[in-house]
Design a protein around this ligand. Structure first.
Ligand code: 2HA
Ligand code: ZN
Length: 277
């Protein structure tokens, strides 16, 4: 099968297109990657070339030795993904020592993987271990309202998590572990990769202050849905704060505990404590 016909590929192209329509991917902002399963790789093996040069990743990811990932290209314009998928995306293989990668397919016209490659691979290594292989997708986007909140709220995971959970019940269901926060850092560096890795041990979604979000999930639907839910909650909070200086009412800690019991959500008590209660 050709890569462009494979279901894992068309699903990712659709996600790129949906996400840029949401306004989360101005110009070439944001990037995503998916670790492929053995069956997916076999299905497209006729279309993969294993003769490319090995390049340094910038971080060491021995936990991904031999793994194959579909990933967005550096400088790719999200608007063009659906029109020119073989230029916008590529498939890479990680070397046996986990320090290098080579291109097996795509990045047409001499392109290369996203500038956030170190952050993507470092975080794939964490989620592969922490989920026993179930989590295969890493997604970085620039959603307006979450970014705006990082200028307004204190950069405190308890405050952010609680504010978003209060906005609608869906939030605690979709990110019961809460939201992690990484302070502003230079994008594309091993330092932002390392800071994010620490947070991805605990959270499925991490806010990069004044920059965007980093989310992980089983696949495109889970990752997109996670960012969509957090961003919707942030947009409601921005509307509320635009109308009144403080909320008149909101669900309390006990309301969230009651919901956690009904839906068996592993909400952490530290996110339920606040001066309001
Ligand atoms: O341009 O979003 O963080 C891609 C990015 C870098
Ligand atoms: Zn970014």
């Amino acid at each position: 099968m050709r890569v462009t016909e494979a279901p894992f590929f068309t699903a990712l192209v659709r996600m790129c297109d949906d996400a840029r329509r949401e306004g989360w991917h101005e110009c070439h902002g944001g990037n995503l990657s998916c670790r492929l399963g053995a069956t997916e790789i076999t299905a497209v093996s006729e279309d993969l070339s294993r003769t490319g040069d090995w390049n340094p990743i910038g971080v060491r990811v021995p936990g991904l030795a031999g793994d194959v990932l579909l990933i967005t290209a550096a400088g790719q314009v999200f608007r063009n993904t659906a029109r020119d998928p073989a230029k916008s995306l590529g498939i890479i293989e990680v070397s046996e020592d986990g320090a290098r990668y080579r291109v097996l397919w795509g990045f047409g016209g001499g392109g290369r993987p996203t500038s956030e490659l170190p952050a993507h691979l470092a975080n794939h290594e964490v989620i592969k271990r922490r989920s026993g292989g179930r989590l295969r997708m890493v997604y970085h986007a620039h959603p307006d309202n979450l970014i705006a909140l990082s200028f307004i709220l204190p950069l405190d995971e308890v405050v952010f998590t609680r504010e978003l959970w209060e906005m609608m019940p869906e939030c605690a269901m979709i990110f019961p572990a809460g939201i992690g926060i990484v302070p502003w850092m230079v994008p594309g560096t091993p330092q932002i990769a390392a800071a994010t890795m620490e947070k991805i041990e605990e959270f499925d979604i991490v806010l990069w202050a004044q920059h965007g979000v980093f989310a992980v999930g089983e696949g495109p639907d889970a990752c997109f849905g996670l960012v969509e839910t957090a961003e919707k909650a942030a947009s409601i909070l921005i509307r509320v704060l635009s109308c009144v200086p403080a909320k008149r009412q909101a669900p309390g800690a006990q309301d969230l505990r009651d919901m956690a019991e009904v839906f068996r959500l592993p909400l952490k008590e530290r996110f339920l404590q606040s001066r309001r209660d």
